[in-house]
Write a protein that binds this ligand. Structure first.
Ligand SMILES: NC(=O)c1ccc[n+]([C@@H]2O[C@H](COP(=O)([O-])OP(=O)(O)OC[C@H]3O[C@@H](n4cnc5c(N)ncnc54)[C@H](OP(=O)(O)O)[C@@H]3O)[C@@H](O)[C@H]2O)c1
Length: 515
């Protein structure tokens, strides 16, 4: 086992980190469509309250929940409960009362155009009462089939393009089902909104450690010189979940792990690892560099897809003596379902920095450990002058960027074991994000909501990024769709996936780092 050297962050260190002056968003109204749903109560309202607690919401601010069912004041009361429960907020916090007074509800049917004039009147009334200008943020916490009609109706009523102020629209994934549907969605959005008004949210990109990938790469001069094909052997990205589909079988049947996880979150992680340094950290240069990575990924041709991709589906298994059902036995899942709950893919990024450095991506449900991490594996030294130690037997240096559940950065290096003879051992230089203090109250949506309110699109998907990602994923889905898997289910619940996923990387003389 590797020894560990802890990198501790002291409060003194933290106080010396220069803090940039945070802007307070303009007074405005946030309108949440689908507000009686799960996402609003569990994530959005707790995140907004956390922003209020740290002074990042404007004084004049209102939240209007919109959904179909008739609700009155009980909506605000329900949201308050959600903030306490999911935001780990003390029910006696004096700010709760005032915050709740900013919440109201408006009943409307998304696809009924006649309801939107009333919504506009209501928003204008609230704005006048509370001294709010025309800044609006519309958050579509709805199923994607409603995006087009909601946005079209906002446009028709003049709510999408006010004469003054900023209007943004946040949409939740999925951003299309394949390349054609993603293009169609982009056309529908752009028929009413300019691209800079559109915030395609990806809660993964709100995570501290994900944002830290850019800080790590571009605020530390020592890594850039080795961040390329000359020093890096390959890159592994793993998003492993121990959970199964947890009652979401109906949704998952139409998605699968490639659509649900790899095409969006994992391609974003990959582009952060592989991107060139942007000319500034403004939205356009950062997103330009990220999309260049996706455009440089060589789409797999059908013959390669069978060689370079692996799909799997979980069988039953046991945890603590308790039996877990196979995917095909989950509620709302077809008994002969061919939906993949695991995938592993080997991709190449065809540019000068990464030519010849494979990126191995894998993700799955019901895997052995809940973990998201990126492993940068460096080339071995060309020669070892340590007697009998063979170069090939030496574990290479690895840099591990841990995204969840532990958040941190670990560098695996070699050191001499104390003693009379030369024996090498692995040591981990370990930095844990928890050293910064507790961050457990955050839902991951705080940063993204704040950015959307101040008009910063850096951490959101852009239309061309979405399409570039589908350009990689769609040929794989097409081949998988045309050749049904013969071996499903092919991995036991709580394992590391099908044996063919190991073969995929073993063929190249490498192996997965199973944490
Ligand atoms: N839940 C999460 O943690 C999570 C995470 C990431 C992404 N998402 C995505 O976010 C979206 C919303 O998720 P959710 O879990 O909150 O969904 P949900 O619990 O199913 O809620 C759906 C909401 O939409 C409203 N609605 C549906 N049809 C309507 C119509 N025709 N007119 C007016 N209102 C209508 C419902 O209102 P009524 O109840 O009044 O009918 C409800 O407020 C989904 O696309 C999901 O994929 C969710």
């Amino acid at each position: 086992m590797a020894a560990t050297v802890q990198m501790k962050v002291s409060p003194e260190d933290l106080s010396q980190v220069p803090q940039t002056g945070e802007r307070i968003p303009n007074p405005g109204i946030m309108v949440i469509f689908g507000a009686s749903g799960d996402l609003t109560k569990r994530k959005l309202l707790p995140a907004l309250f956390h922003l209020e607690q740290v002074g990042l919401l404007p004084k004049n601010f209102a939240i209007v929940g919109v959904a179909r069912r008739p609700l009155g004041d009980e909506f605000a009361a329900d949201m308050r409960e959600g903030i306490v429960e999911f935001g780990s907020v003390d029910n006696s916090d004096p700010r709760l009362e005032e915050f709740t007074s900013k919440i109201s509800y408006y009943a409307l049917s998304f696809d009924d155009p006649s309801h939107y004039a009333g919504l506009k009147t209501e928003l204008d009334r609230i704005a006048k009462d509370k001294g709010i200008g025309s800044d609006r943020l519309f958050y579509l916490a709805t199923a994607p089939e409603y995006f087009a009609s909601i946005i079209e109706n906002l446009g028709t009523q003049g709510m999408a393009q006010p004469e003054h102020g900023r209007v943004g629209v946040v949409i939740e994934k999925p951003f299309g089902h394949d390349l054609d549907s993603a293009k169609a969605l982009n056309r529908e959005l752009q028929a009413v909104l300019s691209e800079r008004q559109i915030y395609r949210i990806d809660h993964y990109l709100g995570k501290e450690t994900v944002q830290n990938i850019m800080a790590f790469r571009f605020a530390n001069g020592i890594f850039e010189p080795v961040w390329n094909r000359r020093y890096i052997d390959h890159v592994q990205l793993t998003v492993a979940e121990t959970l199964g589909v947890e009652g979401r079988g109906g949704y998952y049947e139409s998605a699968g792990v490639l659509r649900d996880m790899i095409q969006n979150h994992m391609f974003q992680l990959m582009s952060l690892v592989a991107m060139e340094p942007p000319s500034s950290f403004d939205a356009t240069p950062v997103r330009d560099e990220k999309v260049k990575v996706l455009n440089a990924v060589r789409p797999l041709v059908p013959e390669e897809i069978l060689q370079r991709t692996v799909r799997g589906q979980y069988d039953e298994g046991f945890v603590d003596g308790q039996k877990l059902p196979a995917y095909r036995a989950e509620p709302s899942v077809a008994p002969a379902s061919n939906t993949e709950t695991f995938a592993a893919i080997k991709l190449d990024v065809d540019n000068w920095r990464w030519a010849g450095v494979p990126f191995y991506l894998r993700s799955g449900k019901r895997l052995a450990k809940h973990v998201t991490e990126i492993v940068i594996e460096f080339r071995r030294p060309p020669l070892l002058a340590f007697g009998k130690i063979q170069i090939g037997t030496l574990e290479p240096n690895r840099l591990v960027l841990q995204i969840q559940p532990e958040e941190g950065i670990k560098m695996e290096i070699k050191a001499k074991r104390p003693g009379a003879t030369m024996q090498l051992t692995s040591v981990a230089l370990d930095f844990s994000y928890s050293d910064f203090g507790p961050t457990d109250k955050a839902t991951g949506y705080e940063r993204l909501l704040y950015d959307a309110m101040i008009g910063d699109t850096t951490l959101f998907h852009r239309a061309d990024m979405v399409e570039a990602a589908w350009r990689i994923a769609t040929p794989i889905l097409d081949v998988w769709g045309s050749i049904p898997p013969r071996d499903f289910p092919n991995y036991a619940a709580m394992s590391w996936g099908p044996a063919s996923a190991d073969d995929l990387i073993h063929r190249d003389g490498r192996h997965w780092r199973n944490p």
